[in-house]
Design a protein around this ligand. Structure first.
Ligand SMILES: [Zn+2]
Length: 271
């Protein structure tokens, strides 16, 4: 007799294989192989496990999951899976109201503050350019970045899905694209941030907040053309870098506009 084969309900006998049905929805399928993609599949097991461990064993980070329904009832990550359970696993909902159901976190993943792993330096600069509170260093350790995410309630953006398996991380997102501009689009869509874009709010170099500054106060630091064409200037409160609405800001705004149009009109190529 081995206690670890006995479920909490006592329905199974030791050594008996349990079989459950799993279905993952929407972008959670990005983590699954073809034979499990967007379909219900059976999973056999003998070892007692929480639904969190089972989901992560399929390669889906728990931070991607917003809602788990077992036999029509919402459960949390500690739920122990039983024989013949039907388990539906959902990602974050942007528009669906799931308040009557149990959320897996005290609040939705909408806190627009981020910490980025060491591979995402260019994405970090773009997010700061758009005004989002974004911590990034190229020498973060895995433990360090997990600690920052947890302590400061920052959403961890990463290309390393193993990092998201750490249980102290409750806010996280696996960035699918390897292209920095596509990554920006992905993050804006995922967290529905289009209305929160605020260029000239944060320093691209250090994430510090910018303040307005008189042109005269920074005049000696400007290039001749900048002196001629621009009147409004900001300065970083922390590192004193000077910013103005140069052409790179305008290009970025045009880019954001094109992302937004894609969202509003749908992208037929992707449906
Ligand atoms: Zn700065």
């Amino acid at each position: 007799m081995n206690a670890e084969f006995t479920s909490e309900t006592g329905r199974e006998t030791p050594d008996e294989t349990s079989i459950v049905q799993f279905r993952f929805y929407e972008e959670l399928n990005d983590f699954l192989p073809a034979d499990r993609f967007k379909q219900t599949f059976a999973h056999a097991f003998t070892r007692r496990a929480s639904v969190k461990d089972m989901i992560e064993a399929f390669g889906v980070p728990h931070t991607e999951v917003e809602l788990i329904i077992v036999n029509g009832r919402s459960v949390d990550f500690t739920y122990i899976v039983s024989d013949r359970d039907c388990i539906s696993v959902y990602p974050m909902f942007e528009s669906l109201d799931i308040r009557p159901l149990l959320r897996l976190r005290p609040e939705p993943l909408r806190h627009p503050a981020f910490v980025l792993d060491t591979q995402l330096g260019r994405l970090a600069r773009y997010l700061r350019l758009l005004g989002f509170d974004t911590l990034y260093r190229n020498d973060y350790t895995d433990a360090g970045i997990a600690h920052i995410s947890s302590e400061q309630q920052r959403t961890l953006l990463t290309r390393d899905r193993r990092l998201l398996h750490r249980s102290i991380i409750t806010r996280g997102y696996f960035v699918r694209s390897t292209d920095p501009l596509e990554q920006v689009s992905e993050v804006l869509h995922r967290f529905d941030l289009f209305n929160d874009v605020n260029p000239l709010k944060r320093c691209i170099r250090c994430n510090g907040l910018l303040s307005k500054v008189d042109k005269q106060a920074v005049f000696d630091r400007l290039e001749p053309k900048t002196k001629r064409y621009y009147e409004d200037f900001r300065i970083c409160n922390d590192c004193r870098q000077v910013y103005w609405e140069g052409s790179h800001f305008r290009k970025m705004l045009e880019l954001i506009d094109s992302f937004r149009k894609k969202r509003d009109h749908g992208d037929p190529a992707q449906t």
